[in-house]
Design a protein. Structure first.
Length: 549
C-alpha cells in the first residue's frame, strides 16, 4: 500500500442533520468528501487501501461504502481498517486527510516514527478559528517538506500564505530565525462526476420541468446550496437580478432555490425577501437535501446562478456541477469561483467590492470570544457588496438569448470535462502522493524520541520523586513475592495499564527467582519479547507492589 485515507464519518458521510454535536444539515465538505471517495474507488490506481480510524466502530460506513461500490465487483481490491496506534507502528508512506493534515500525526510522527510517512490534506473552509489554527500549526508544528496541503483554488493559496506569513513574522520577531511553511502547497480543484452531472435529453428536460412545476414559457433560474444569508450567499443580489430580468427580458422568470435552511425562521425570511425584492419573478423553494431534487433539478434549469459573498466559501462545487450539466453560469467574482468560470465563454463573473477598514477588529472579537462564529461571518458578509446591477444586466441577457445560453452551456460542459472531471483530479492527487513518496525516501527513518511539547514524565516531572533508580541499581525479590503475584495480577486495582508491561505470570515468576541490577533484570525481560520501556515499566510495577526491593 502506498496511500492510506484517514477516515472520519463526518468528512465523508452526507448528513441530513439531527446528529448530536454534528452539523445542522447537509454540508458542502461532506458532499465533496463522499464524491472524492467515490472517485478514488472508481479511478484510483490501487489494489489495497488502508482506512485509518480513531476506533474501529468509526469505520462501519467506510466498509459498507466499499462493499457496495461498483469497483468491488472484481474482488481484486481489498480494504484494510487500521486504528491510529497500529498505523504508527507500521505506517503507510502517505496518509491523506479530508481536511488540513491533523497536527496530532505530525507530533506523533516526530516522536514515534520520524521520517516514516508523509502527511497530505486539503482545504475546505478556513475562516474559523480552527481553520486558521491549522494554518499556524503548519508553521510551528513538525511538518516536513514532503508534506502537502492541497488548496482547491488560487484564493485559498493566497489566504494560507497570508495567515502563515503573519504567524511566521510574529515568531521571527519574538524568537528570531526563519520560520515559515515547510509543508508545500499544491493547487488541485474539487472534481465532478461528469456522468452523473450532464446535459439532459429532451425527455428528461420535459419530465424535470413538469416535476418542478416550470411552465413552458418560463426561464428557470436555478440556485443550489444552503439557504444561509450569513454563511453562504446573501440572496439580495440574486433577487435583484431576477427582478430586473423579469422586467426587461420579456420572458417569465422563475427563480428556484434547491437548498435547506438551518432554522425555519431563515426559510421564512428568504420567502419574505423574495416577495419584497423580486415581486416580478416567480420564486419557489425545494428541499436541496433530497437526492432526487439535487440530481434532477439541473435538468429543468436554463441558467445557474451563485453569488456568494462570504469568507467561508473556498471553491464552489455547485458551479462545476452546473457547467457539467450544460448550464451557463452567473457567479460572483469571489474566491475560488473566479477559477471556474471563463467570463464571456461559460458565463459571467459579477464584480464584488469591500472597503478597507470595514472589518477592523472582527477577527480579534472572534478569537476573544466576544462574538461567535456565525455572528463573525454575518459581520463580515455585511461589508461585501456584490454588484447587483451587473448581475441583473448579465441575467437579463442570458434569459433573453437562448442561442447564447446554449453556446455558454456547451462551453461550460467542455471546460468541466477538461479540467474538473474526477479522473483528471484523481490523477493529480496520485501525482502529488507519488512525489511525496519520492521525497520521503530521501529521508532515512530515525529512532523514536521524546515528544517536544510534552517530554516523557521522567523529564517533565524529574523533581517529583525523592529518588531515581538507574541502570546500576540492584534489585531482588521480597520474601513471599512469588505467592502474592497471582492476586496482584487478578485484582483490577493493582493491574491497571497491563498492556504497557509484561503481565505473563510464568515470565514474572522466573524473574522473581533472580537478583541483579535494573539493567540485568530488564535485559532478561527483553529477551522474552518486552520492549525496553515495557521491561522497565514491569520492574517499576513489581517495585510498586512490594514484589521487588
Amino acid at each position: 500500500m502506498n496511500v492510506a485515507l484517514y477516515y472520519e464519518p463526518d468528512g465523508y458521510v452526507e448528513s441530513r442533520g439531527g446528529t448530536p454535536g454534528g452539523p445542522a444539515g447537509l454540508m458542502g465538505r461532506q458532499v465533496a468528501g463522499r464524491e472524492f471517495l467515490d472517485a478514488y474507488l472508481s479511478h484510483g490506481s490501487w489494489s489495497e487501501l488502508a482506512g485509518v480510524v480513531k476506533s474501529r466502530d468509526r469505520a462501519a460506513s467506510l466498509v459498507d461504502f466499499c462493499k457496495r461500490h461498483p469497483s468491488n465487483v472484481s474482488s481484486v481490491r481489498t480494504l484494510r481498517v487500521v486504528e491510529e496506534a497500529a498505523f504508527l507502528q507500521n505506517p503507510v508512506p502517505v496518509l491523506h486527510h479530508p481536511c488540513p493534515p491533523d497536527v496530532r500525526f505530525a507530533w506523533m510522527r516526530h516522536a514515534l516514527a520520524p521520517h516514516r510517512f508523509a502527511l497530505c490534506g486539503l482545504t475546505h473552509t478556513l475562516a474559523s478559528v480552527a481553520g486558521t489554527n491549522a494554518i499556524c500549526d503548519l508553521v510551528s508544528a513538525p511538518f516536513e517538506t514532503y508534506d502537502r496541503l492541497v488548496c482547491t483554488s488560487r484564493a485559498v493559496v493566497r489566504m494560507v500564505d497570508a495567515v502563515a506569513e503573519s504567524y511566521a513574522a510574529y515568531l521571527r520577531e519574538q524568537f528570531g530565525g526563519e520560520p515559515g511553511l515547510r509543508a508545500k502547497l499544491a493547487l488541485v480543484p474539487l472534481g465532478v462526476n461528469a456522468d452523473r452531472f450532464r446535459p439532459p435529453t429532451d425527455d428528461e428536460r420535459r419530465t424535470a420541468r413538469r416535476q418542478f412545476d416550470v411552465a413552458e414559457d418560463e426561464a428557470l433560474i436555478l440556485c443550489v446550496g444552503r439557504l444561509s444569508h450569513h454563511a453562504k450567499a446573501h440572496p439580495f443580489p440574486v433577487f435583484q437580478a431576477a427582478q430586473r430580468a423579469a422586467r426587461e427580458s420579456g420572458r417569465k422568470v422563475h427563480l428556484a432555490f434547491a437548498g435547506w435552511a438551518a432554522h425555519p425562521t431563515v426559510a421564512a425570511e428568504y420567502r419574505n425577501a423574495a416577495r419584497y425584492f423580486a415581486p416580478a419573478a416567480r420564486v419557489s423553494f425545494w428541499d436541496g437535501q433530497d437526492p432526487t431534487v439535487r440530481s434532477r433539478m439541473w435538468h429543468a434549469a436554463d441558467v445557474f446562478v451563485s453569488l456568494p459573498d462570504n469568507i467561508q466559501e473556498t471553491f464552489g462545487l455547485v458551479v462545476v456541477e452546473a457547467m457539467a450539466s450544460g448550464l451557463p453560469v452567473l457567479a460572483s467574482d469571489w474566491d475560488g469561483y473566479r477559477d471556474l468560470v471563463a467570463p464571456g465563454q461559460t458565463g459571467w463573473l459579477v464584480p464584488t467590492r469591500m472597503i478597507r477598514g470595514a472589518t477592523e477588529g472582527a477577527t480579534s472579537r472572534l478569537l476573544f470570544g466576544a462574538v461567535n462564529y456565525d455572528n463573525f461571518l454575518a459581520e463580515v458578509v455585511q461589508t461585501v457588496a456584490v454588484d447587483a446591477g451587473a448581475a441583473g444586466e448579465a441575467l437579463t441577457r442570458l434569459v433573453s438569448d437562448e442561442p447564447l445560453r446554449k453556446r455558454m452551456g456547451a462551453a461550460g460542459r467542455a471546460r468541466a470535462l477538461e479540467r474538473f472531471a474526477w479522473p483528471h483530479v484523481i490523477r493529480a492527487y496520485e501525482a502529488i502522493w507519488a512525489e511525496q513518496r519520492e521525497e520521503l525516501a530521501a529521508h532515512a527513518p530515525t529512532a523514536p524520541r521524546a515528544p517536544v511539547r510534552y517530554p516523557t514524565p521522567e523529564v517533565s516531572f524529574a523533581g517529583y520523586p525523592s529518588e531515581w533508580l538507574d541502570e546500576a541499581t540492584p534489585l531482588r525479590a521480597t520474601e513471599g513475592a512469588a505467592s502474592r503475584l497471582a492476586a496482584l495480577l487478578a485484582i483490577p486495582l493493582t493491574n491497571m495499564a497491563a498492556d504497557r508491561r509484561c503481565s505473563e505470570p510464568d515470565v514474572l515468576l522466573e524473574l522473581l527467582q533472580r537478583t541483579g541490577t535494573v539493567n540485568d533484570l530488564a535485559s532478561g525481560l527483553e529477551s522474552k519479547g518486552s520492549t525496553p520501556a515495557a521491561a522497565r515499566a514491569t520492574l517499576a510495577w513489581l517495585l510498586k507492589y512490594g514484589l521487588l526491593e
